[in-house]
Design a protein around this ligand. Sequence first.
Ligand code: FES
Ligand SMILES: [Fe+2]
Length: 350
Amino acid sequence: MAASFPLDTWYAAAWSHALGAELLAREIAGLRVVLYRRADGRPVALDDACWHRLLPLSMGRLDGEDVVCGYHGLRFDPDGRCVFMPSQETVNPSAHVPARPVVERHGLVWLWPGDPALADPATVPDFGLADHPGWVGPDREYALACGFQLVVDNLLDLTHETFVHASSIGNAAVAEAPFETTHRGTEVSLTRWMTDIDPPPFFAAHLGRPGRVDRWQIIRYQAPATVTIDVGVALTGTGAPQGDRSQGITMQVMHTVTPSTEGTCRFFWKLVRDYSLDDPSLTRRLFEDSETVLAEDKRILEAQQRALEAHPDRAFYDLNIDAAAVWSRRIAEEMIAAEADGPAPTGPLA
Ligand code: FES
Ligand SMILES: [Fe+2]
């Protein structure tokens, strides 16, 4: 069966701050790799199976810049070449494990699990504000027991906030307000304005001022699994829909999802703000508030995955609210089909 995720693309492997001098095992789009940093800090990813008897190299140890297998001591350099074999003078010149393309950008280490010859660092998703000096905030990485597309669907349809996150960021306005979806090439965007509404509890607390608000959600999807959302509220009548957000608060919520297997993924989340930059207690509060919201999503997504597996004969039905998710699925399917056909796509898909 063909995989349900593209391989010739960049996926987040780890937050930069989570990768150090220790071996880190990850499964990325069905590929098991071991990651670490070289002495100069450059990230390395090798296939996580020894050339000799396939023991995961992540069960071995790092010695300088080399990985030493934990079974019989074969030693591999950062290019994956075997540089030592026990009890023999010469090293079989073909002994190696594949090294995978990795790039560090926007505070994340990205890995290309497909054909290394196609790995172009210029195509790493734009996660720009994640490491912008004018924006700060908490980040998190979650292992989820659901396919990556379910998470993308969830992020592209925020009407679920009304029903899943009623106590924090949801209110009736999200499910009632109209929205506009556009798509271009491998990107989809969705914009929703909710004007003259009572702020939901999360935003009322963070705005810190009474009054009705205009609220916005501007979502950008970059195929196959990156979703960045510009969100905020401003006091009604102060011009936010026309571009003046000075009487409000803005946050950017960045998400990228890495399929591990068909039914599991890793979810990277970061929420940044452009105000109160030197207030670690606010960062902590945003982290704690968001933990509750993300736990609510996790509960739903994992139950949805179990239901999918229990009902393989059942199909999904699409509503108006699913427009952006339908586009994202279509783009991902075209990427997968293009890989099956041979050369990578060269032009716009839509
Ligand atoms: S399995 Fe790695 S050295 Fe034998
Ligand atoms: Fe949610």
